[in-house]
Design a protein around this ligand. Structure first.
Ligand SMILES: Cc1ncc(COP(=O)(O)O)c(C=O)c1O
Length: 489
């Protein structure tokens, strides 16, 4: 008897409907052990449709989607820049997709060389010599590095150091990762410049300090000008400095965190190195650490054998162990490798220069009508908010976001960072043209005028989208997840 029941198509009693079922012996085998009361009496009523209707349905759905390939996407902190199409072709090449992670190392020298090459380039760009490509996202990189730090502390008899200091301008994943890794979090205040308050930092440092976790440039889009002093203070107190390097696109090729005292950092390949954005995955959040912390990195690691060939090695007795199955999201690593090889040293530097130029070009236009709380040269992004006069008209950031949707723009990140009430966090990225930036600035200026007039349109937007203004709190608590034909746009 076939141990695996084979589904067969059959006509059910309703004319024109065909369903899946198993038959004969296979049916008996499939039923064995299942209580009679649980067996279906009727075939499953799956939706039926012709190929053309199905194609139209999915094409229509894809057109409802908003993407960087259709319009501007200034989502602060998320770096929605253009990913060159050629990288997709490279990653889709069967010579890469056909490689299996359990294949013998002698047959996968090319893939190992890509991993090794990417590690070397990231080490060079960050000034931190040891790299692990394993983490699948920025937040997983944070957790991995904190586990590395913990292993280092334990080995040095410093296990009592259980506190990580986190500035209030840090990305939200930073304190979350600390908690997940078993550390307590103490928040360091920002000062009037929007930067880490050095006096408060000094106050909080102590014998329990394991380290500092600092997002730099921070979530206000500002570079921590005192970063060297900050690193020295943490080192003097016996801790180590973790830099959230998700915003590395602002400084890549210009400054190296290892040179200004950082001990560990992660990079979001999907933000800086132009790989697809994860939406939770697949992404890649490699970590880069000092030589002192290298022995604790996850395994396996790519090593060079005496004959010059490459291999994956698990021979690292002090390693925190395996982080995940296999060796990271290889297709994502490959795209980042291709990006770096194509750009070269000068091209990489231009990424940062243009990211900063574009952000500042937009900032000086937006500040004409909006409030920019920390209004000075920013890095890759900046934070604006409605003015007092607009708020007096009852206009909130959510209204601005919705009105932008109506005008064809993806809204910026809103209500984050928390240190700015009603925040509108704008990141244009380096891949946008001047015309696009001017168009967005004009839209923001017109929305500002509407806000000052108290225009009702602001509260009603978006009126031209399949789904209008929703009660967001209710939508989160009571989402409608079932398909309803009548709800189709
Ligand atoms: C500054 C910063 N840190 C950390 C993260 C977390 O990265 P991921 O979403 O890949 O987990 C992000 C995400 O955009 C970020 O902007």
């Amino acid at each position: 008897m076939n141990p695996c029941p084979v589904p067969l198509l059959f006509e059910d009693s309703r004319p024109g409907r065909r369903c899946l079922r198993v038959d004969g012996d296979d049916l008996d085998a499939a039923r064995a052990g299942l209580p009679e009361s649980e067996l279906r009496r009727e075939p499953v009523p799956l939706p039926e449709s012709g190929e053309l209707d199905l194609l139209r349905h999915f094409t229509r759905l894809s057109e409802l989607n908003y993407a960087i390939t259709t319009n501007f996407y200034p989502l602060g902190s998320c770096t929605m820049k253009y990913n060159p199409v050629v990288h997709e072709a490279i990653a889709a090449d069967r010579r890469w997709t056909g490689v299996h992670p359990l294949q013998d190392g002698d047959e996968t020298q090319g893939a190992l060389a890509v991993m090794r090459g990417l590690e070397r380039m990231l080490a060079e760009l960050t000034g931190l010599p040891a790299v692990s490509l394993h983490p699948a996202a920025g937040a997983q990189g944070e957790l991995t590095a904190l586990m590395v730090l913990r292993a280092w502390l334990v080995e040095n008899g410093d296990d009592a150091r259980r506190t990580i200091l986190v500035p209030d301008s840090a990305h939200g994943t930073n304190p979350a990762s600390c908690t997940l890794a078993g550390f307590a979090v103490k928040t360091v205040r920002s000062d009037e410049r929007g930067l880490t308050d050095l006096d408060h930092l000094r106050e909080l440092l102590g014998p329990d300090t394991a380290g500092l976790m600092i997002t730099n440039p921070n979530t206000l889009g500002l570079f921590e000008e005192d970063i060297r002093v900050i690193c020295d203070l943490v080192h003097e107190a016996g801790g180590r400095v973790y830099m959230d390097g998700a915003n590395f696109n602002a400084i890549v090729g210009v400054a190296r965190p290892g040179d200004f005292g950082v001990d560990m950092m992660h990079l979001n390949l999907h933000k800086t190195f132009s790989t697809p954005h994860g939406g939770g995955g697949p992404g890649a959040g490699p970590i880069c650490v000092t030589a002192e912390l290298e022995p604790y990195l996850p395994v396996p690691r790519v090593v060079e054998r005496e004959d010059g060939t490459l291999a994956l090695s698990e021979d690292a007795p002090r390693s925190i162990g395996r982080l995940r199955a296999f060796h990271g999201n290889f297709g994502v690593l490959l795209r980042a490798y291709a990006y770096l090889v194509r750009l070269g040293a000068r091209g990489v530097r231009r990424v940062a220069e243009n990211a900063v130029l574009n952000a500042n070009y937009l900032r000086v236009q937006v500040r004409e009508k909006w409030r920019v709380p920390f209004d000075r040269t920013c890095m890759h992004e900046f934070v604006a908010r409605p003015t007092r006069e607009m708020r007096e008209q009852g206009v909130h950031t959510v209204d601005v976001a919705k009105r932008l949707i109506e005008r064809g723009y993806h809204p910026p990140t809103v209500y984050f960072p928390l240190v700015v009430p009603e925040a509108i966090m704008i990141e244009p990225t380096e891949t946008e043209s001047r015309e696009t930036l001017d168009g967005f600035a004009a839209a923001m200026a017109e929305i500002a005028d509407e806000a000052l007039r108290g225009d009702e349109a602001l509260h009603e937007a978006p009126r031209n989208t399949p789904v209008g203004r929703v009660d967001e709190a209710r939508a989160v608590k009571r989402p409608i997840l079932r398909w309803r034909p009548d709800a189709e746009g």
